[in-house]
Design a protein around this ligand. Sequence first.
Ligand code: Q0Z
Length: 321
Amino acid sequence: MSAAATGAAPAELPGWRHVRSGKVRDLYEPASAAPGEGDLLVVASDRVSAFDHVLATPVPDKGAVLTALSLWWFERLADAGLGLPDHVLSADVGPDDASAGVPAAVAGRAVRCRRLEMLPVECVARGYLTGSGLADYRATGAVCGVELPDGLEDGSRLHRPVFTPATKADVGHDENVSFAVVADLLGPALAERAREVTLRLYALGEEVARERGVLLADTKIELGLPPGVEAASADAPEALVLADEVLTPDSSRFWDAAAWAPGRAQPSFDKQFVRDWLLSDASGWDRAADAPPPPLPDDVVEATRGRYVEAYERLTGRRWG
Ligand code: Q0Z
């Protein structure tokens, strides 16, 4: 069985050196380059996470569907006049020598990217209140220092979207921070530009999704600078580049507009079958003991695959496969 199929270690790719893995994605650099040099290969696996665990059972086609969706958004965003270039070099399959394209073993799930100096901030925009934003609001009445009106509930639409940056944590969850903290880290001009592009990208994604009956509750983007451009320099704001994946169900919360009802947790567009099954008696999962979640039954896997495909088809207006 392949690594992707076991959810275990990432694949060995000829011509590429593994750099790091997240819960669901794997990052590589050319084996021919010195460590820390050369282009990058972002590979989306079929792994799924739920309740902070990577599940033992992959969802077939998930990596390919999310890669296709991200590439579709990159094109939409390039046409939208945000003035925000992206890191994509190619998603085309090339010879297995890292000289061009993507290795055949990960065709459809990998994007070759230019290497950037990533900002030490997760750029998040929220148009609806849930998750850590809701927790902060309940504790303080504000999210990332932005005061919100009284009376909001889980799933409430915000009167206007807010920039809710977070600093990256090596272990555990990212920490929500105020704009002032971002300005200290990046300098005020770059921080302003990061906020502006994040909110404009959210607005575009939210509008496209809403037209398709999908709510975009929030989204997280990763921004970087070309090597050599200092964050503090005057040209840094114009040099910002959109990296990583964009507006996928792994970087965003999508909700079915038809099911939206503030005052309770909203069903996840993609993962609700997984969550419901894991929390059901049928799974036998002892979540409280932090046991590893049990393997998913075939019907839950197939239903979840269908939700990723449906998200792709609704958002893009294209048929999958
Ligand atoms: C993205 C990540 C992944 C684990 C580094 N163009 C870029 N330049 C520099 N760094 C990155 C990128 Cl995309 C970069 N990540 C996040 C991706 C697996 C973590 F595939 N880390």
